[in-house]
Design a protein around this ligand. Sequence first.
Ligand SMILES: [Zn+2]
Length: 199
Amino acid sequence: MRSEPADATDPALETVRPGQPTPGSVGRVGPGAHEGLADPTGTGRRQRHELWMRRALEVAVTGPTRPDAAVGDDDVPVGAVLYGPDGTELAIGRNERELTGDPTAHAEVLALRRAAQRSGRWRLDGCTLVVTLEPCTMCAGALVLARVSTVVFGAWEPKTGAAGSLWDVLRDRRLNHRPEVYGGVLETETAAVLRAFFR
Ligand SMILES: [Zn+2]
């Protein structure tokens, strides 16, 4: 039994590699546990995550609110898609911080808000949030508060990432809800979209 670290980063999680589930998720009841039983190799899960990430990339590039408008706006192209427990698409979000002048208008937050509005409840347990970039502290916090079961992200964000890079809000053992996390899914493709924007 190890003692809990004083800071926000759990050293035990440094061994977690991209694409690997959270250690604490083993044996937990939830979609991740179910998937583990149904598909012990994880191949089907990885394929599903990649399929979903391609959809998130599409959202990042085209945007949900103005699909007719060529995305020539100033917003960093980050896309998020929320999937229900049965894999249906519940909501999408694209970073709209510049478009709306809202500092909280990150892709993940917008997808969570839309899904919650539609379902009429704040609890989104059983759901999977797929986003093209590692979530920041605000979005990671919102994902925990919404009780999202699984978070899948693309490119790592060493400067602000709160899902393993700079912090690990999603897997902080002091919090009573910890989603399963899969990072670096289609990392090359998701990073390329961001690089193209900043070039
Ligand atoms: Zn964010």
